[in-house]
Design a protein around this ligand. Structure first.
Ligand SMILES: *Cc1c(COP(=O)(O)O)cnc(C)c1O
Length: 388
């Protein structure tokens, strides 16, 4: 299907609402029924009707249709944030006594889900270096039922050979889930590579303006229905109509924003590589990236997120660089209009900082929608201040 058709038309029936170009926000908690029989049917088939907005809502429904089509999936659910989408997917497919294999250093709240919550319910997890298919194979136990992928990963952007991991999982009847937030389905299509469920945080690129949260989970019709009937309804983690409307609005400009960010990122990388303060950059679609060939194979593009490894061994210099930026803000998250940095050392106790450890010198940079020169000038003056 055509991306423009998905973004501008799919799921929308404008004649239902006065031919308004932008769909209404159906800000309602419940839907009325005329007959007891119709109500009884709604109780039986809540998945297929509008009964109560903890389940289905017409504004959310428009967004669901678009996001499932973008992922090339039969169906999807939209959650209040990305962490909620992951939690629902993992909970729905694991039970006491099961074992999951997960990439090393997944998104923070994924390791908290496995280590703090699921552990209490008798679910085991092994974290592996997911770059090599052999590591996945070796980690499989008789009770392994779940593979968790995140490709590329945040910070070091390690990739997994997605199609190979999916094929291995199928052979062993293991369910696969990937966090596809970095690429979005515009730049990577895991379901077509054989992955069962694709998750992405809509807080980042889909929302695109740092003003709302959301999470997407795509998969087969059967898997999605199962999660709707159980985890989504029970945890009450579905998205609100207003936030869904914000994400429909964000989707309209997603391809244009990604394209612009892609070009800006290329220019910023060229600048960074000329600076002596930068030891190297980590970006999956740069030829210096160790898995560059795999990146080109399974990703159609990469957008604004990269890591700079600063050359200095002093924490003080990293701090001075980050605090000297005049326009690029220091904040978590990414995918919005605004460029951001976040230094790894902010998450490391001061006494434990070790300048010889590359990771401690990581500064993650997200390039937003500003003019490339505006960003480059800001980075330049902050680098200059590092020396003072
Ligand atoms: C932000 C993020 C999430 C979580 O999304 P929320 O919407 O904040 O819950 C998951 N994975 C990645 C890679 C992220 O960057």
């Amino acid at each position: 299907m055509d991306i423009s058709q998905i973004i501008n038309e799919l799921g929308e029936d404008r004649e239902l609402y006065f031919n308004a170009v932008s769909p209404p926000i159906y800000q309602t908690s419940n839907f009325a029924y005329k007959t007891v029989d119709a109500l009884a049917n709604a109780f039986e088939n809540e998945f297929d009707v509008f009964l109560y907005s903890r389940g289905n809502n017409p504004t959310v429904d428009i967004l669901r249709k678009k996001l499932a089509a973008l992922d090339g999936a039969e169906d999807c659910l939209v959650f209040n944030n990305g962490a909620a989408a992951t939690t629902a997917a993992v909970l729905s497919h694991m039970k006491a006594g099961d074992h999951a294999v997960c990439v090393r250093n997944p998104y923070t709240w994924v390791s908290k889900l496995f280590d703090n919550i699921l552990k209490r319910y008798g679910v085991e997890v092994s974290y592996i270096d997911g770059r090599e298919i052999a590591n996945w194979e070796e980690a499989i136990r008789p009770n392994t039922t779940f593979f968790y992928l995140e490709s590329p990963n945040s910070w070091d952007f390690a990739l997994q050979p997605i199609a190979e991991v999916a094929a291995l999982a199928k052979k062993h009847q293991i369910t696969t889930l990937i966090d596809n937030s970095y690429c979005t389905p515009l730049y990577q299509r895991p379901i077509e590579m054989g992955i069962d469920m694709a998750m992405q945080t809509a807080t980042k690129y889909i929302g695109g303006h740092s003003d709302t949260l959301g999470g997407v989970l795509s998969g087969s019709g059967a898997a999605i229905r199962k999660i709707f009937d159980s985890e989504l309804m029970t945890l009450g983690s579905g998205i609100q109509p207003f936030n869904a409307w914000m994400l429909i609005r964000g989707l309209r400009t997603l391809p244009a924003r990604l394209e612009r960010i892609h070009h800006t990122t290329e220019k910023v990388i060229q600048f960074l590589l000329q600076r002596p303060e930068v030891e190297r950059i980590i970006f999956p679609l740069h030829p210096s990236f160790p898995q560059y060939e795999l990146a080109k194979q399974q990703m159609r593009g990469g957008a604004g997120l990269m890591t700079m490894v600063l050359a200095t061994r002093e924490r003080e210099n990293i701090v001075r660089f980050c605090e000297s930026l005049q326009h690029i803000m220091m904040a978590v998250s990414w995918g919005g209009h605004e460029s951001l940095v976040i230094p790894k050392c902010a998450g490391i106790p001061k006494a434990e900082f070790n300048g010889d450890d590359q990771e401690h010198r990581y500064v993650r940079l997200y390039c937003g929608l500003e003019e490339p020169d505006y960003l480059i000038n800001d980075l330049q003056q902050a680098f200059d201040k590092m020396k003072e």
